[in-house]
Design a protein around this ligand. Structure first.
Ligand code: OGA
Ligand code: MN
Length: 244
C-alpha cells in the first residue's frame, strides 16, 4: 500500500516546456566552507548544452548548522512524535518495488507534542531562528519527519512532486551521515553527491529542485562518498517545503 504521504514525491517528470529560462550557471562557485562535502567529479564531463540548465549553487549546504544539543533535542522530539503516531513498537514501512522510500517511517507535523506548550514553543523558536529566518516571505507547508532504518533504508531517485510544493526543499539531517546523489533528469550520468552529516541543513532550490532527481542509495554498497563507503545507520531528517 502506498503511503498517504507519497504524493509529496513523484517519479514522473512533467515537461516544464522550458518556460523558465535559467542561465547556464553551473560553474558558479560553492562556498569553500561546504566544498569538502560535495563530489562534483561527474558534473564537469557534462555536455555544455545540457538542458534544462542548472546551477550547482542551487544546492546549498550549511554544515554544522545545529549544535549537538539542538540535534539531540530535535531527535528526541522527532522520535517521540513518531512513537505517538505509529505506536511503541518500531515497524518500518517495508520495501515494495514501486515505493520511492524503503524501510522508513514518516509523518507530518501539526503538533510536536500532546499539548506541551513549553516544548512546542522551544521547537518553534529553534526552527524560526535556524530555518525560517533564512528565507523571506515564504509560506511553508507542514514539516515532515522521515526516519530511515539502519542499513536497509533508502530513497530511490525522484523529484519532489511539483504539483504539491514550490521551488524550495529544505532538509535537516540528524543522527548519522548519509550520501545524497543528485542526477540531471535528462542525463543521469551528469550527477553529483553530497555528504550530509548530522547537524547540517541543506536546501534544494530552483534548478536543482526541478532539474535533478535526488536519492539516498538503498544498497549499502552504493552508499559511497568519494569512493569511501559510508555506513548506513539509522537516520532522521526533517523536511520543509514551501507552498506553490
Ligand atoms: C524526501 C527526501 C531526503 C532526506 O523526503 O522526499 O528526498 O534528506 N528526503 O531525507
Ligand atoms: Mn525528496
Amino acid at each position: 500500500m502506498k503511503s498517504i504521504l507519497s504524493h509529496f514525491r513523484s517519479t514522473f517528470f512533467i515537461n516544464r516546456n522550458n518556460t523558465i529560462s535559467f542561465n547556464f550557471r553551473y560553474n558558479s562557485s560553492l562556498p569553500s566552507s561546504s566544498l569538502q562535502y560535495f563530489d562534483l567529479s561527474n558534473i564537469h564531463s557534462t555536455p555544455p548544452n545540457l538542458t534544462p540548465n542548472f546551477s550547482i549553487s542551487d544546492f546549498i549546504l550549511f554544515p554544522n548548522h545545529f549544535t549537538q544539543q539542538e540535534q539531540e533535542f530535535l531527535t528526541t522530539r522527532s522520535l517521540e512524535k513518531l512513537k505517538r503516531v505509529f505506536g511503541k513498537k518500531t515497524v518500518y514501512q517495508p520495501s515494495h518495488f514501486d515505493h520511492i522510500i524503503h524501510n522508513y517511517r514518516e509523518c507530518q507535523i501539526t503538533n510536536w507534542t500532546n499539548g506541551d506548550n513549553e516544548i512546542e514553543q522551544e521547537i518553534n523558536n529553534l526552527l524560526d531562528n535556524k530555518v525560517y529566518k533564512l528565507f523571506s516571505k515564504i509560506k511553508w507547508l507542514p514539516i515532515h519527519i522521515l526516519e530511515l532504518a539502519e542499513s536497509i533504508g533508502g530513497i530511490k531517485p525522484h523529484v519532489d512532486n511539483i504539483e504539491y510544493s514550490g521551488n524550495i526543499v529544505v532538509g535537516i539531517c540528524l543522527i548519522s551521515p548519509t550520501v545524497m546523489v543528485l542526477r540531471h533528469i535528462n542525463n543521469p550520468g551528469c550527477k553529483f553527491s553530497v555528504l550530509l552529516e548530522p547537524g547540517c541543513l541543506y536546501i534544494q532550490r530552483d534548478t536543482i529542485r526541478y532539474n535533478f532527481t535526488h536519492e539516498i542509495p538503498i544498497d549499502p554498497e552504493q552508499h559511497k562518498f568519494k569512493n569511501n563507503l559510508i555506513p548506513k545507520r539509522h537516520r532522521i531528517s526533517l523536511m520543509f517545503r514551501n507552498a506553490k
